[in-house]
Every structure is written in C-alpha cells, then in structure tokens.
Design a protein around this ligand. Structure first.
Ligand SMILES: Nc1ncnc2c1ncn2[C@@H]1O[C@H](COP(=O)(O)OP(=O)(O)O)[C@@H](O)[C@H]1O
Ligand SMILES: [Mg+2]
Length: 307
C-alpha cells in the first residue's frame, strides 16, 4: 500500500496529537476505495480518506452498536484529507468469509443478519441510505465472547429523496431497478443487497449477483458482454425471476429463510420487505420465542434448585 507524503504527515500529526507512538507502516490494517485505516490502540483506529464532502451523521447513529460511525473527525491543512477516529473492530469482514467460501449455518447467518438489520434500520428510519452496502463494508467484532456484525464506511451515505441515485461500485449487489433502469435509490433498493448477502452467507455463489458476478462476466467474455449487454442482462433477469424455483430445489434451507430471501430479492421493489418489517419476520420471531422458552426453562430450573 502506498502512502503519499502529505497523507503520511497528516497521520503522524494526528498520532502525535493523541500521544501515540505507533509505527505508521506496521499499524496500517486496511485499505478501501477512498481511504486507509490504521489501528491506533486496542479499541480505536484511524481512517484517512480523500472523501471530504461528508455529511453530518445523526447523533443516534453513535449509540447503535451495529454502526461504526466516526467518533471524531478533522480535515488536513490542505483540505485534501479527512481523518476519522473509529471504534476498532477486531474480526474480519463478511467479504473475507464469502471469498474464502466459508458458508454459515442458518443460525449463524441469522445472528449476523439481525445485527445488520438493526444497524440498517437506524439508517433508514432516520431518512438515509448507506449506498455502499456490500460484504466488505460489514465487519465482525468480538467483545467478551459475543460476536456482532457492524456496518462500516459511511463515506457515501446520503439522505433518501427522489433525486438519490446509486453509488455504482459493487454492481453484483445492486437491485434490478438500479442495474437495468438507473432508478432512484432508496431503502428498498438497499434491502435487495441484504438479500444477496444472505444468499452468499448461507448458500454460497449467487446465480444473479454477488462479488464475482459482474467480475465473472467481464473476466470470461468482456467483449461478448459489451456486444451483447441486452442478452446478458436478460439472462440475469431470468435468473432473478426464477430464483424462488431455484431456491425450492435447494436442500437445507428452512421455509422461513426461503420466504425471507424471496421477500428481499423480489424483482418488483414495491413488494420488497423493509428493515423494520424484516426485524419482525418469522425467521427472527421464532428465535425470540426460542430464547423465551429457554429463559422459561431456565427459570423452572432455578426454581427447582431453590427447592
Ligand atoms: N472500524 C474498523 N475496525 C477495523 N478495521 C476497519 C475498520 N474500518 C475499516 N477497517 C478496514 O479498512 C478497510 C477499508 O475501510 P473502509 O471504511 O471500507 O474504506 P473505504 O471507504 O476506502 O472503502 C476495511 O475493509 C477494513 O478491512
Ligand atoms: Mg469500504
């Protein structure tokens, strides 16, 4: 990873201000599309980005443990860089799980998905869209043996309105109305992305989306793709439309998970489920009932002990 002089001196200045004597080469832990991230202590990291036209992030985002928003930010003297202090997340991203073909059980995926939805619901209910939601921007972190999923990278977040457009970076996660019609981007468009992520976590490669999707087309036959875009797009549309039949033939997914994937990946955006509705979906309700039952059983057990 290359660090330019101005960026380096900005990072050094911040570290000095914080009284941290880290070697800046060795604590560089991540790089994305717009920025680099340095681990500065057991609990915090520093992201330096060139995306400086950032918007004010609502205060309520800071109190949601499933969102990792800047705790403090400052711009470099030239105005070229912005530095953010962030909570340090100590595990990997969902991108590395998916790219390493690590499939999760439905129970594991359920816990991760629930966390993503809690975070996403805070974003959507405040009238914003993240716009860069993909598995590389969802990280896992472990605190006292509890693993949670956290949404990162708020550089492209925007208020949701009629003019809001998608940020085309990982096209394999975009909803059909975005890919095929460049439609307005809203919370329902973002829910489609959640569906592709859930598919990849539980089932592996997705026939109409995911990391490798557009990459694969390009890799295998870019010339064919540019010449016959309509043909490839129709193939994608067909795969999307036949997704429920495809899922029905798959073994090992529960009825609730099947239903959930269909509601997230509905071709028609108006039928797609919202994050709020999803938090009350039987896929999760069943879990709540189960933990309630366990609690009840535990109470009985405690009562027995007391006797
Ligand atoms: N809070 C964090 N804790 C630990 N690692 C992080 C954190 N935020 C980002 N990273 C790492 O840095 C990488 C780039 O961060 P990201 O915010 O996605 O930058 P970009 O806007 O350039 O995509 C991430 O993929 C991840 O590996
Ligand atoms: Mg990123």
């Amino acid at each position: 990873m290359e660090i330019c002089k101005e960026e380096e001196s900005f990072v050094r200045k911040i570290l000095m201000k914080l009284g941290i004597e880290n070697n800046i080469e060795s604590c560089l832990i991540g790089e994305g599309y717009t920025g680099k991230v340095w681990k500065i202590s057991d609990n915090f990291c520093l992201k330096v980005s060139t995306k400086i036209d950032l918007m004010d992030i609502p205060e309520s985002f800071k109190s949601c443990e499933n969102l990792c928003v800047p705790l403090k930010s400052g711009v470099s003297q030239s105005g070229k860089y912005v530095g953010h202090i962030l909570r340090y997340l100590n595990m990997c991203s969902l991108e590395s799980l998916i790219k390493n073909n690590i499939k999760l059980t439905e129970e594991q995926a359920k816990m991760i998905l629930y966390d993503i939805l809690k975070g996403l619901n805070v974003i959507h209910e405040n009238g914003y869209v993240h716009r860069d939601l993909h598995p590389g921007n969802i990280m896992l972190t472990k605190d006292n043996k509890k693993i949670s999923a956290v949404i990162i990278d708020f550089d492209d977040m925007q208020p949701m309105n009629e003019e809001t457009k998608a940020c085309f970076r990982y096209n394999g996660y975009q909803a059909p109305e975005i890919i095929f019609d460049d439609d307005t981007y809203d919370d329902k468009s973002e829910m489609f992305t959640v569906g592709v992520i859930l598919w990849e976590l539980v089932l592996g490669r997705c026939p109409f989306g995911g990391y490798n999707f557009f990459g694969k087309i390009i890799e295998e036959s870019w010339d064919n793709y540019t010449e016959k875009t309509a043909y490839y797009n129709n193939r994608t549309k067909d795969a999307l439309k036949t997704a429920p039949q495809y899922l029905k033939r798959k073994n090992g997914i529960s009825d609730e998970c099947f239903d959930l994937l269909c509601s997230l990946l509905d071709f028609n955006k108006s039928n797609r489920i919202t994050s709020e509705e999803l938090l009350n979906h039987p896929f999760f309700i069943k879990e709540t009932e189960k933990s309630f039952k366990t609690k009840k059983e535990n109470n009985i057990y405690n009562d027995m002990e007391r006797d």
